[in-house]
Design a protein around this ligand. Structure first.
Ligand SMILES: [Zn+2]
Length: 601
């Protein structure tokens, strides 16, 4: 569900000193001319890159793949060149917003390749190999029968639906056979990417990632700890309750007072527990309706679903999506060709040519995903007046949070107002509604945090290669209270079985988005005048909430994120207490269920 973000398109930069042979010191006017050139070039190359990429993903052929690779390389090389060149202006006195643009150029890199061409080539090759190894990853229970191999889709489905502990365990272990071959490459990847980051002036690659958050890297780490401390007590209760129910179902495989086995939570990474809802559902408190069933009964088309999503945003005062959105987006899986169906939002010309690419099914999940993707599009259009380097979200967590914030307003009352539901369930159904949300949102929090905790320790050298797997499971135990179903020594490389590790995509943004969306929702609900329980508030049709939202969105990346946060919430500080407010009824209910039982592991 990631948005198609201009600056964070997995950029590769070649580090190194620039301008060594220049004699005259550059002036402020030189810096301005440089930024004008960069903004113009990035707009031109960025549009070409987005177009090539769009075609490659909506019409997969060898040729579109080759064209896309070529244009993407051109774009990445240009950004890398500009990032190097920007060092020339480090000591020039320039206006604050120009300084910010110069800094952002350096920070737009996810991986910095070292200046030594041999190292650079090796790193680029390793990165591509790791990504391909994940993409091709399959579990083959019987190597003599290649047709029986299972890909990630098969395994995801099995874990979501099966309640056969042995079968689930085999699938879990099976999927984790894809990553041991990545281990050597990953070790070298860490060495080389750190070398590049150091050349750019960062302590290591992890420090380079943390430098993107408008505060010293160590302060940012502390900030994450603070947010986690706010929500941890609620997570512990949810964990203890789910553990109790899974113990009832699976017996002693699930220890009544210890960590939960990683394979039994309905998801291969135990990051979303929605699929175990039937095992943990509170009695007599089911929501009483299924949006999926309603959409199917009404034969709601994909286009109708997107129109409904758009209508939510226009009800807040945003202008309707342009005609080109409807002409150029991809809403259903084409019959005649291969496409990448993974949902995404695009901003092709960085002005108004926004689109989504999805293969929509008539499900509640896709209904929610549409709102998520459109959030990216409305954000993109709101900041289109900014300089090109500022056409992005306040930090990477913000972009992911917007659509989810709107999806929190898809309440039963909202469904009644748009005529999809005849009557909203009464308050006696709240626990069911909240449990559904908690299994997705609360269960995710420690996972969203620990992926980069592991990587930061690996990049900094605190965790040596000889302890990669041990450190991984130590963190999963510490944060998630999860243990592997069988012993996992250093012959395994379990972090590699999660896409974002071999793909080298930073992950903290998803933790931030999970926190921010509730903080945004609480502030907007207040602006909308909602006085009921937070989880029943919808900002639908509130122009006041829309105005507040737009104030933040239109800032783009032009100001440090605390200021953008303040524009919407009135506070410069991220605050996870909105999550506690939202789930307060569930929290009280969990206390009753757990009376006298151990919480924690
Ligand atoms: Zn997204």
């Amino acid at each position: 569900m990631s948005g198609r973000l201009f600056l964070i398109a997995a950029l590769v930069a070649t580090a190194g000193c620039a301008g060594g042979d220049r004699t005259a010191a550059p002036s402020a006017a030189d810096a301005r001319a440089f930024l004008d050139r960069v903004n113009a070039a990035m707009l031109k190359l960025g549009v070409a890159q987005s177009q090539a990429s769009w075609v490659a993903e909506t019409f997969i052929t060898d040729d579109t793949e080759a064209i896309n690779a070529r244009v993407t390389q051109e774009y990445s090389d240009a950004v890398a060149k500009f990032a190097k060149e920007s060092v020339r202006f480090d000591k020039v006195d320039v206006p604050a917003d120009e300084r910010r643009q110069l800094n952002l150029l350096k920070l737009s890199l996810v991986m910095a390749t070292p200046s030594d061409p041999k190292d650079a080539e090796e790193l680029t090759k390793i990165a591509a190999r790791l990504e391909a190894a994940y993409g091709k990853g399959k579990w083959c229970p019987d190597p003599s029968k290649p047709d029986a191999c299972r890909n990630i889709d098969d395994i995801t489905k099995l874990l979501a639906t099966s309640r056969d502990e042995k079968a689930i365990r085999a699938a879990w272990e099976g999927w984790h056979t894809i990553s041991p071959p990545m281990r050597k490459d990953y070790e070298r990847f860490v060495e080389l990417s750190n070398k590049g980051a150091k050349e750019l002036g960062f302590a290591d690659t992890g420090a380079m990632w943390r430098a993107k958050y408008d505060m010293p890297p160590d302060d940012f780490t502390k900030e994450l700890d603070r947010l986690w401390a706010q929500v941890q007590p609620l997570y512990l209760k949810l964990h203890a309750y789910v553990r109790m129910k899974l113990h009832d179902k699976y017996g002693d495989v699930v220890p009544p007072a210890g960590p939960i086995p990683a394979h039994l939570l309905g998801n291969i990474w135990a990051q979303d527990w929605s699929n175990v809802y039937p095992l943990v559902a509170p009695a007599n408190s089911d929501a009483g309706y299924s949006l999926t069933d309603i959409l199917k009964q009404r034969h709601t088309t994909a286009l109708d679903m997107v129109r409904t999503g758009e209508h939510f945003y226009t009800s807040l005062g945003f202008a309707p999506l342009p005609k080109t959105f409807w002409e150029r987006s991809l809403f259903v899986r084409p019959r005649d060709r291969d496409v990448v169906c993974h949902a995404s939002a695009w901003d092709i010309d960085l002005v108004s040519d926004v689109r989504i690419k999805m293969c929509i099914d008539q499900t509640a999940e896709d209904f929610s995903t549409i709102h998520h993707e459109l959030g990216h599009n409305f954000y993109q259009r709101a900041y289109n007046q900014q300089p090109v380097l500022f056409r992005d979200s306040a930090n990477d967590g913000f972009h992911e949070a917007i659509g989810d914030t709107i999806a929190l307003s898809v309440t039963p009352e909202y469904l009644v107002r748009i005529g999809l539901l005849s009557k909203a369930p009464d308050a006696s159904r709240d626990i069911g509604l909240l449990m559904t949300r908690a299994l997705e949102k609360i269960a995710f929090l420690p996972f969203g945090l620990l992926i980069d905790q592991w990587r930061w320790q690996v990049f900094s050298g605190q965790v040596p290669p000889s302890a990669y797997n041990k450190a991984w499971w130590d963190l999963r135990l510490k944060y998630q209270g999860i243990a592997p179903p069988s012993a996992r020594g250093e012959e395994f490389f379990d972090p590699g079985a999660k896409y974002h590790v071999p793909d080298n995509t930073p992950y903290t943004r998803y933790f931030l988005a999970a926190i921010l969306q509730f903080q945004f929702h609480r502030a907007l609900a207040k602006a909308a005048g909602c006085t009921g329980p937070l989880h029943r508030c919808s900002i639908y049709e509130s122009k006041a909430a829309g105005e507040r939202l737009n104030k933040m969105l239109s800032m783009g990346l032009s100001r440090p994120w605390p200021e953008a946060l303040e524009a919407l919430t009135g506070s410069k500080q991220m605050d996870a207490t909105a999550i506690l407010d939202y789930f307060a009824p569930l929290s009280a209910w969990l206390d009753q269920q757990l009376a006298g039982r151990k919480v924690g592991w």
